[in-house]
Design a protein around this ligand. Structure first.
Ligand code: SF4
Length: 220
């Protein structure tokens, strides 16, 4: 499987170019931003994060903010009440357990322990934990969003009935550590542009000869 994954990665890299490097921001920024990104698009996530940063001077202020005011501040990202609660709870847990609003201690933890610590926070699942560890801490963890999940199944990298949670485990094992970040980014780009959920453009993309699923889509 490693050979196939490296071939797919190499083709996508040739096609789309180098994956952009992650933004240089703190682990807590990633934590909050990733909560905001749940069930919305990048544009609304970024707008909500910007409003949050403009409204509050510190994470202490966010943790202690009036709940309704916080919901209103991040409204554009959707699911305001749920996300506001998750953000304030994450900040509280971090402050109480770590003594500050910082996740830097995760650097000293084994990857599995770091994942487990993050996933113990209510509302933080395998994808959020993987994004924080992969993007901010440069750890070899493969985040699986809806695009990575769908494309991986269609390409036969994971079985068709694999849940998102299980996909994290399988792809963590299968994707070589040195390409986890770029493979994640490239599969998202490919999924958005070609391997769309409803009408994949198999013939236009660079992977149809590697993928048997395209036969299902009855291309003209
Ligand atoms: S060939 Fe079609 S189904 Fe297969 S990965 Fe590409 S777009 Fe998706």
């Amino acid at each position: 499987m490693e050979k196939e994954i490296r071939e797919i990665n190499s083709r996508l890299k040739d096609y789309f170019g180098e994956a952009p490097r992650p933004e240089d921001q703190s682990g807590i920024d990633y934590l909050v931003e990733t909560i905001l990104s749940q069930n919305t698009n990048d544009i609304n996530r970024d707008k909500a994060f910007k409003k949050l940063k403009e409204k509050y001077d510190s994470w202490t202020d966010v943790e202690n903010a009036d709940r309704e005011e916080l919901i209103d501040t991040i409204r554009i990202a959707g699911l305001g009440p749920t996300k506001a609660e998750r953000i304030q709870e994450s900040l509280r847990i971090t402050r109480e357990e770590v003594g500050e609003y910082s996740l830097d201690f995760l650097n000293d933890m084994d990857v599995e322990d770091a994942k487990a610590w993050l996933e113990d926070i209510p509302g933080i699942g395998p994808k959020t934990a993987a994004i924080i560890l992969c993007f901010h801490f440069d750890r070899p963890v493969m985040p699986v969003d809806t695009h990575v999940h769908r494309v991986s199944k269609r390409l036969g990298l994971i079985p068709e009935d694999t849940s998102r949670k299980k996909a994290h485990k399988l792809l963590d094992e299968e994707v070589p550590d040195d390409i986890k970040y770029e493979f994640h980014r490239l599969l998202i780009e490919y999924g958005r542009k070609y391997c769309k959920a409803r009408h994949p453009k198999c013939k236009e993309g660079p992977l149809s000869d590697l993928c048997e699923s395209h036969l299902e889509f009855k291309e003209k």
